[in-house]
Design a protein around this ligand. Structure first.
Ligand code: MG
Length: 237
């Protein structure tokens, strides 16, 4: 229930909205390219191959570092025609542990903005990925106390958001979701009748890209610090 005067429930995404994530996956993908260089045909792209494997595994393995790791290993096996060695697979596993253990790096303006949003609105974190890893990132972010609810979900679709709203006794027209992915943070919320605010990260994972990313019907701001201003404007109309 809304404890604050605004009556709005504001949802925030975690990865690439509050803290850096995709940039670490890109670095690891580059390392995979070095590892596979001797196995790849000259015109083949390990990145394209990896994305294809991830796409095909998504419904089984879901999101996060563990799914990414399995897809890297599968890519290595396929690209090498089964010749990838045990020690090369071990290197991939070591990168995966590094990704899990990486310190949480908050994006610029997050501490101030989330702090000020929490003074005026009920806040929920809605994030997807490995349960254990996401729990650990939330805990290490130092932001836990500012949220009225933390929802770690396996997919961000309209049903997921409906359950989040039910848990907080909020109607869609009182819900605003803020995140870096039009596909996961904006479109499903618009479908429910809520409001979406897109805060792009400098890079977007291929499987989060949408074709009609400019279809409109939602707000877009350059940085998270601009979100409180948008909420004030929306409240005034
Ligand atoms: Mg995100």
């Amino acid at each position: 229930m809304a404890a604050h005067g605004s009556g709005l429930l504001v949802g925030l995404d975690g990865d690439d909205t509050l803290w850096h994530s995709e940039s670490h996956f890109i670095t690891t993908t580059e390392r995979l390219g070095d590892l596979l260089a001797g196995y790849l045909d000259d015109d083949a792209s390990h990145e394209d191959h990896l994305i294809e494997v991830e796409r095909r595994n998504l419904a089984r393995f879901g999101y996060g570092v563990k799914a990414f790791t399995l897809s890297m290993i599968e890519t290595a096996v396929e690209v090498s025609g089964g010749r990838v060695t045990g020690s090369e697979v071990q290197r991939i596993l070591d990168w995966s542990k590094e990704l899990m253990d990486h310190p949480v790096e908050l994006l610029d303006g997050v501490v101030e903005t989330v702090g000020s949003l929490a003074e005026q609105h009920d806040l929920v974190l809605v994030t997807k990925g490995d349960l254990l890893h996401q729990e650990s990132k939330v805990a290490r972010s130092g932001l836990t106390e500012l949220f009225d609810g933390i929802h770690i979900v396996s997919e961000k679709d309209p049903d997921t958001y409906r359950r989040v709203l039910e848990a907080h006794g909020t109607r869609p027209d009182s819900f605003v979701m803020v995140g870096n992915s039009v596909r996961s943070d904006v479109q499903p919320v618009l479908q429910l009748g809520g409001t979406g605010i897109h805060v792009p990260y400098h890079t977007t994972w291929a499987l989060e890209l949408v074709e009609n990313d400019d279809a409109g019907g939602y707000e877009r701001v350059e940085r998270i610090a601009d979100v409180p201003g948008v909420l004030e404007r929306l409240a005034g109309t």
